[in-house]
Structures are given as C-alpha cells and as structure tokens.
Design a protein around this ligand. Structure first.
Ligand code: SF4
Length: 723
C-alpha cells in the first residue's frame, strides 16, 4: 500500500510516495530509492507531482527510506550509569528519572534552571506542544530552538519592514515566470535541487543574478549568458546591497508611485544611501562598480518588462543564510528588503521579495511558541492580550505563563553556569555539532546536572546525555509541516514504528502528568492541531481555518494566515502590509564593526555551508550509506594561489585553527573560492566539525550567530602522498 507524504528534510518539503520496494511504477527519468522500513519491509520513495518539486526529489529525498530501518536506530531509553555507560531501561523508569531531574533542578536552583532546546524539524504539533510543555509542565521561560541559527535575522527584518514574516509571501510557482531573480547567499542547487527548475525562466531571460563569495553550484547556473555572479568578500553583502540601492535611487529607477503610496521612510533612506556610490562599494566588497550598476539596471528592467507585458513575471529578490548568518544579519536582510521596496516588488502580483527557509519546518517551527519571545500564532509573549488569549486556550491564568526566556546562543552559554540552565531537554537538534563555537557548547553540555535528549539515533548530542529517549521518525506518525511558502501540508504515517520508540507528544503527555502540570497534553496529533488552531486564532500566523481533513489532498492548498471562514492567503501584502497603518517601513542601515577582525596577516576568512548529500548536522544523512559513501568527510576548499605558499596540495590533510578550536580536513584546491577565503561544510562531527571554529557572537536584534565569517589560520598537516 503506497502512502503519499513529504520528504523528511528541507523546507521545500518535496512530495513523495512511499511504497513497498518494487511496487512503485517509476516513470522514466523520475527519481526513486529504496531502504528497509522499520517494520522490516523495504520501502522506496518516488517523487510526486506537487508545486514545489513537480515530481523531482534530490538524492537526500530518494534515499530517505534507508533511515527508517537504520541499524543505528534507538529502540529503548538509555540511562547513563555511575560508570558513565549508557544502558537500556524501561519507559516508566526513564520518565521517572526525567521528572526527578526536573524537580531536583527546581528545588536546588529554581524553575529557570530547566531549559528546552527545540527544532525547526519538528512538526507543527510538536513545536506547539513543546512551547506549552516548557511553560506549563517545566514552568520555565527558557525555551528556544535551532531556527534561531537559520531564520531569525530574516524573520526580524520581515517583521520590521512588513509587520509580518513569512519566508516566501507568494507561491513558489510565481517564480517560474520571473524575468530577473537576485539570489543572495543561498546555494539551492545543492541544498534543494528541485528548486532550480523555478529559476529556469530567469535563466532563459539571462536574468539570474547570484551573490555568493564562492562559485557554488548555484552561482555556476549563471554561466553561458544565464546571468551574473557577484562574488563579494564574505561579510560585505550589506555594502553591496546599499550600492545597488544607491544606483536605483540615483539613476531614477525607483518606483516612486509605489514608494509614496505604500511605504514610509523614503527620505531618510535616500540620505543614508548617498555614501554608497559604486566605486566605494567596489573597494569594500571587491565587486566591480560596473557590476553593481548593471545589477541595479537589470532589477529595474525586470519590473519594466512585466509592466509592459513583455514578460509574465518581473523581478524577485531572494535571500538565504549567507546574508543572514552575521552579527548584522537583520540589517543586511533589511537592506535587501529596502532595495525590493524601492523597486516596488513586495505586494505585487508579478514581482516579490522572499527569504528561503532551510529546515523542513523552519517556517512552522517559529510560529507556534518554541521561540523564547513568542506564544502560538506568532504572538509576542510580552503582549498582555496575547497572554490572555493563549492562557484561556490552555485553561490557566495569564500569570501562570512565564515571560521571555533566552535566545538560543544565550541559553547555550548559560549551560551549567550559576543562574543558568542546569537541566536541559533537547528535541530534534544536534547542538553539539550545529551550534556556533561548538567546543564551548560541548563543555556546557558536559557541565549540566542532567541532560535529556530525544532522538531516533545516538547523535553527537545524544551521546552526551544522561538520558536518551528514542522517538519516532517522519514516516511513522501523522503531523503537519509548513513549507517555505507558508503552505501547511500533511506528513503521513507510512510504516509502523519499532517497538520501544515513542512520539514526543506521548513523552510530553507522560512527563506533564508526572510533573502535575495544569492543562491537558494530548498524544494525538490531530487533537493537538485542533488546539493549535484555537491558540493561533487571531494571531499573525492564524491557522484557525485549517483542518486535517482539508489537508488530506494537495488540491486545496492552505497558506497562512488562514482565519476560519477564509480561503487562506497564497499572496501576502497585495493590498496592505501588516503594520497597523498598512504601510511598509524603510529603515536606513549601515555596516557595523565585524564581530572579529578579518584580513589580518597570515589569516584567511572561513565561510561554511552545505553539501548536496548532507542535511544540517548530518546526524541523519551521515547514517544513509549511499550519502555517506559519496561524501564521507569534509573538504577544505581553498584557492590554488592561497595553497601554494602554504605548501598545500590537492588531497593533503590540512589543519584549520583559531582561538576557538582546531579542525582537520583534506584540501580541495579550487578557483571557486576567493583567494582570501576558505570554505568548509558543517555536517561533520569531532575534529572535522567546522563549528569548532565559528563565533557565538550574535545579531543584537535577532540573536542570530555569526556563522559565515571566522578568522582562521591554515597549515598543511600531512602530504597526500605519505598518508
Ligand atoms: Fe527533500 Fe529538500 Fe531534497 Fe526535496 S530538495 S527531496 S525536500 S531534501
């Protein structure tokens, strides 16, 4: 029996069919892959027609069934004994031990000593319930999640400019008709390959403009007359955006009618742009002044083309983590939004601005109360009306809801410290690998009084735990996800879970009962979703009009906001922005001081990113044989001109180090990186972990860490010939 569901990984949430191996009729050219299911039946995945993937799956997607019957699958809770060894125990004992640890932390250090770290990979139901569980059962404000590492700056900038943050405020299919696309800091050709089909229209028009310090697989799509590749020095995206906006204003390319009718703040913005003429931008970014001008003109040309009816679509500006993962990420994303507003893109039916969410439920994960400063419905936790509404749904008094907690990096810095978190619950995150300054995080985890990790394999974080709780995988239970378009979709149970693994919803229900929490905690996903609908009603991310039955099939797409009685909102801002006065806000921004000094003699700039074969910390994809054999280890990309004086040849083992840590990786010499830059993927653990080198300095608005620039030294460790 085949089951229609969606991929376990990224925010594209490609539609797939899971069926017993050999039973899928695979159309010629369509991807499919097999793996053993947890029930012992081999499953294979094939792509299904759906607007985001149109039948395509990437290598990660079609090998995903192999995860279901991984030999490394956990099937019993594990408790660390006095000898330091993790041993299987029963569920009753595991839950009792977790509840005892919470009570001990409360008694010794107060309720704030308990913390929760969630994930943008959790279903909407789990993300919602985890926020409620933290605040009512664990009685702590200290919950945050790994979305703080990937979307928080774009979210803060969207809220600042539009009054609302939804990754793409338009259906992805709108992009197909684009005349011009400016894509900054996103390597979709590796991270979400089916997305590339949506760029074909712009490539055909010669209008794909990619901004990336590396000639990534996506930047290479601009070759052959398909567009432009701008290759700025890492960390200078804001200066580049200011320069493009300067040209738009000074060459009369701004949409003055749109600016007057729909925005505030034009004059201060123009004054702030005066200082960013293209030659100055060239000196800061390394991007030739003429390319800065050319980009501005092409963006304006796309809009003109659509208005004149010469092309079905106009201009789109899209940002990704390369722009956002900086200490000035919110301001850099704001610079991109300012540019889009000057051109009149947002709220248009033929053009737009958006940001590409990375994690599978990166969008839904930030709407339902996992963030330290938010309640369900994307409500501010400090808003008295929001607290009253959510408290009423939960059947408690507003005073029983804690206030704001700590954003992720601050929460991790507090681990084991006086006044900090002493007992931590981790759900769906491998923070020992994915966090900035990962060595310090590992030390923090080891200093805790008690660490509980819920996962389905022994990830590097679970390996540090006092108690590991084995949980279900994506195809073993029902739930909903919200993709990068803000579209809510159903994930379906396709196989029986292994004996001994449990849903996080069940775990929360059992622990809440042991801790005598107020309110109810269901382990039924649909019941939890019904409660989520009520809690979100009237909020910015309103799901109250969406039901499980409606999501049964793909032919009635559900885009939030979707108030009860409405038809949802595929395209946002067509009539008004979400600020009370309906107008978008232009906010002047300027580059600040880098978190650490770059360009010192003998040092290079490390930037990090992803590979086609791996997803996030690699905890899942490193356990899929086909993926791990294709990319078993990280490669340090460096320019041949950089490698030569260092005595590093292709394939040599190199050491990359700074004051935070030391990493070993084999060298890959390539002109795809700038001579002042080296690149490492961040999917690998231990001495191969790129995040041993990254900084825990954060954006003051969003709490986003500076992942994308770190000063490092590189030296040869072993020559390839003598390995
Ligand atoms: Fe899965 Fe993303 Fe690949 Fe689609 S692009 S198959 S959602 S990992």
């Amino acid at each position: 029996m085949a089951t229609n569901t969606h991929c376990p990984y990224c925010a594209l949430q490609c539609a797939m069919r899971l069926a017993p191996a050999g039973r899928i009729a695979v159309p010629a050219g369509a991807a499919s892959g097999a793996g053993d299911s947890s029930a012992g039946t081999a499953l294979e995945a094939s792509g299904r027609d759906f607007p985001t993937n149109r039948g395509g799956l990437c290598r990660k997607g079609w090998t995903s069934p192999a995860l279901l019957n991984s030999p490394e699958r956990l099937t019993a809770p594990l408790l660390r004994g006095p000898d330091g060894v993790l041993r299987p125990i029963g569920w009753d004992e595991a839950l009792d031990r977790a509840a005892d640890a919470v009570r001990a932390a409360w008694e010794r250090h107060g309720t704030d000593a308990v913390g929760v770290f969630g994930s943008g990979g959790l279903t909407n139901e789990k993300a919602y319930q985890l926020g409620k569980f933290a605040r009512l059962a664990l009685r702590t404000p200290r919950i945050d999640y790994n979305g703080r590492f990937c979307m928080s700056s774009a979210a803060a900038a969207g809220n600042r400019a539009f009054g609302l943050d939804r990754g793409l405020p338009f259906p992805l299919a709108d992009l197909d008709h684009a005349h011009t696309v400016l894509l900054l800091g996103s390597n979709v050709a590796d991270t979400m390959p089916p997305f590339v089909a949506h760029l074909q229209g712009a490539r055909d028009a010669g209008g794909l403009i990619v901004v990336d310090p590396r000639r990534s697989a996506t930047a290479a799509l601009t070759g052959g007359g398909a567009g432009l590749h701008l290759q700025p020095t890492p960390g200078t995206d804001m200066a580049l955006l200011l320069g493009i906006a300067h040209v738009v204003v000074h060459e009369g390319l701004a949409d003055q009618d749109f600016v007057q009718r729909r925005t505030d703040g034009y004059r201060p913005l123009v004054r702030s742009l005066n200082a960013w003429w293209p030659e100055r931008v060239q000196s800061v970014t390394g991007v030739p002044a003429e390319l800065v001008r050319e980009t501005a003109r092409r963006l304006a040309e796309g809009v003109r083309s659509a208005r004149a009816g010469l092309s079905a679509g106009g201009t789109y500006i899209l940002t990704g983590r390369g722009v956002e993962q900086h200490v000035d990420g919110t301001d850099t994303a704001t610079a991109a939004i300012n540019l889009s507003l000057l051109l009149g893109l947002p709220g248009s039916s033929h053009s737009g601005y958006g940001t590409l969410t990375g994690q599978g439920n990166g969008q839904g994960g930030r709407e339902h109360g996992q963030k330290s400063d938010q309640l369900p419905g994307y409500r501010k936790i400090t808003d008295p009306a929001a607290r009253e509404h959510v408290a009423a749904v939960w059947g408690v008094a507003p005073e029983q809801l804690p206030g704001p907690g700590l954003p992720a990096v601050e929460l991790l810095k507090s681990l084991g410290r006086p006044g900090g978190v002493r007992c931590l619950f981790v759900h769906g995150s491998n923070i020992a690998v994915s966090s900035p300054d990962a060595g310090a995080v590992l030390a923090g985890l080891r200093s805790l009084d008690f660490l509980v990790v819920a996962d389905f394999v022994l990830s590097e974080t679970a390996a540090e735990a006092d108690l590991v709780l084995p949980v279900l995988q994506w195809a073993e239970e029902e739930g909903t996800m919200t993709n990068l378009e803000g579209r809510v979709i159903r994930r379906r149970r396709a196989v029986d879970p292994p004996e001994g693994a449990r849903s996080e919803l069940w775990i929360m229900r059992e622990l809440a009962a042991r801790l005598q929490a107020p309110s109810t905690f269901s382990d039924d996903p649909e019941t939890v979703f019904e409660e989520l609908r009520l809690a979100s009603a009237g909020g910015l991310a309103d799901y109250s009009g969406i039901g499980y039955a409606q999501l049964e099939h793909d032919d009635a797409p559900a885009y939030w906001p979707f108030p009860a009685g409405s038809a949802g909102t595929p395209r946002l801002f067509l009539k008004a922005f979400a600020h009370p006065d309906g107008r978008a806000k232009l906010t002047p921004v300027s580059p600040g001081v880098p978190a650490e000094q770059l360009h010192r003699a003998g040092e290079l700039i490390l930037t990090t990113g992803r590979l086609l074969e791996h997803y996030q910390s690699g905890a899942q994809t490193r356990r899929v044989a086909e993926l791990s054999s294709a990319q078993p280890e990280p490669r340090l990309q460096l320019h041949p001109a950089t490698a030569l004086p260092l005595g590093i040849g292709d394939g040599d083992m190199a050491e990359i180090s700074n004051g935070r840590g030391t990493v070993r990786a084999r060298a890959e010499l390539t002109t795809a990186v700038r001579p002042d830059t080296v690149f490492l993927p961040f999917h690998f653990p231990g001495e191969q972990s790129a995040n041993l080198l990254t900084q825990a300095a954060t954006d003051p608005v969003s709490g986003m860490p500076e992942f994308k620039t770190s000063a490092v030294r590189v030296r040869v460790l072993e020559k390839a010939g003598i390995l």
